[in-house]
Design a protein around this ligand. Structure first.
Ligand SMILES: Nc1nc2c(ncn2[C@@H]2O[C@H](COP(=O)(O)OP(=O)(O)OP(=O)(O)O)[C@@H](O)[C@H]2O)c(=O)[nH]1
Ligand SMILES: [Mg+2]
Length: 422
């Protein structure tokens, strides 16, 4: 008999060797880059914010394209979502961009369930991905992954504090999506107020245990810039597609009677910081966090709910097959139990009905006997009356016969009357 000994080298057993010569696997990263460029990229943004807060303008400004979004009404009775997908191209890189925006957010008097459509949408995208994963024939190459990679949360530039709706929504979705908080229309708030407002927002988020997305500081190429950007959160943004003349240059900005706010000037607002962090530096990390953290949480919750588990009751690892078999047996036993219960209930009802029928039959029989007795008594009474009547008739005829024998014949008297008239 052959015995196999499984040898698994430990990390520190692995030897690093430098090869002399060209073998070709140094091109592996190029293969990945080429394949990614061929397949194209996709990115899904969710914009949550009150009606008219500047969601569409900011997205247009981010991609420097007029995505032609209509303004929403303030009179929707419920919060809704508007989903738009665009194919964008920069150099030879294709980006399939999906933008999901809230409609009517913050317009209802009762805002209790305002976050529900947002939560439902995020979960529905996770569910679609999970269903694709669980399919026997999976087609991830053609599958459009619609999971939300980032949520841009637009905070009103009140300068005071977060609204309870902001806290409630962010608290509910922070375990499902990467949240980047933004102070919208930051040109409406002064520089000193803005700094105080930023600190207030961050302390309120921390106080309420709301997790926002932190730009990762574990990759040394981006660690420095990312950690300094984390200090600037929430980003104070201004959106505008208008070209304004500043000196001899045309820049995107907002013209005011006292001057121009340049959208892409880092001294004026954090728009460039947001664009760099979102599109240049951390898009891949946002996608990875979505898959590794948020989707993983959803997947784990769903599979546990379906009864799958990694360890059995005795804390021993349990395979998918074993769980499936155990579940099948459990289901079979439950079916048997339910069948038995149903049979028992059925027999009980049959017996009850039978007893009720017997009772009703007995009642009917008694009633019939009683009616029969009454009937017989009536017949006997009638028989007696008939007998008496017959006796009376016989007596009557007898009397009649005897009275006829006593009277003279009527015809002689009649002839005498005729003769007298003549
Ligand atoms: N001052 C200022 N105004 C802005 C800014 N961004 C957008 N606006 C203006 O605010 C108004 C509404 O902007 P939209 O981008 O349509 O807002 P929205 O959130 O998409 O609105 P709905 O889709 O209707 O909910 C427009 O008149 C914009 O010009 C900004 O950063 N500062
Ligand atoms: Mg809009």
């Amino acid at each position: 008999m052959i015995r196999y000994v499984l040898y698994q080298p430990r990390e520190d057993d692995l030897r690093c060797l430098t090869l002399f010569g060209h073998f070709g696997f140094e091109c592996l990263p190029h293969q990945l880059v080429n394949r990614s460029i061929q397949q194209g990229f996709s990115f899904n943004i969710l914009c949550v914010g009150e009606t008219g807060i500047g969601k569409s303008t900011l997205i247009d400004t981010l991609f420097n394209t007029n995505l032609k979004d209509k303004k929403s009404s303030h009179f929707y009775s419920n919060v809704g979502l508007k989903i738009q997908t665009y194919e964008l191209q920069e150099s030879n890189v294709q980006l399939k961009l999906t933008v999901v925006k809230t409609v009517g957010y913050g317009d209802q008097i009762n805002k209790e369930a305002s976050y529900q459509p947002i939560v439902d949408y995020i979960d529905a995208q996770f569910e679609a991905y999970l269903q694709e994963e669980l399919k026997i024939r999976r087609s991830f190459l053609e599958y459009h992954d619609s999971r939300i990679h980032v949520c841009l949360y637009f905070i009103s530039p009140t300068g005071h504090s977060l609204k309870s709706l902001d806290l409630l929504t962010m608290k509910t979705i922070d375990s499902k999506v990467n949240i980047i908080p933004l102070i919208a229309k930051a040109d409406t708030i002064s520089k000193s107020d803005l700094q105080i407002f930023k600190c207030k927002i961050m302390s309120e988020l921390a106080h309420n245990g709301i997790q926002i997305y932190q730009f990762p500081a574990d990759d040394e190429t981006t660690a420095h810039v990312n950690s300094s950007m984390n200090e600037h959160l929430p980003f104070a943004v201004v959106g505008s597609m208008e070209e304004v003349k500043v000196g001899k240059r045309m820049v995107r900005g907002r013209q005011y009677p006292w001057g121009v706010l340049q959208v892409e000037n880092e001294n004026h607002c954090d728009f460039v910081k947001l664009r760099d962090m979102l599109l240049c530096t951390n898009m891949e990390d946002l996608k990875e966090q979505t898959h590794r953290q948020h989707y993983e949480r959803y997947r784990c919750y769903k599979l546990l709910k379906m009864g799958f588990t990694d360890v059995g009751p005795d804390n021993q690892p349990i395979s998918f097959q074993e769980t499936y078999e155990a579940k099948k047996q459990e289901f079979y036993d439950r079916c048997l139990r339910e069948e038995e219960e149903l049979k028992h209930r059925f027999m009980q009802r049959v017996n009850e009905k039978e007893a009720a029928f017997k009772e009703a039959e007995k009642e009917l029989q008694d009633k019939f006997e009683h009616l029969k007795r009454v009937q017989q008594e009536k017949i006997m009474k009638l028989e007696e009356e008939r007998r008496q009547l017959e006796e009376e008739i016989i007596e009557f005829y007898k009397m009649k016969a005897s009275s006829e024998t006593l009277q003279p014949p009527v015809c002689t008297n009649l002839r005498k009357d005729k003769d007298r008239r003549k």
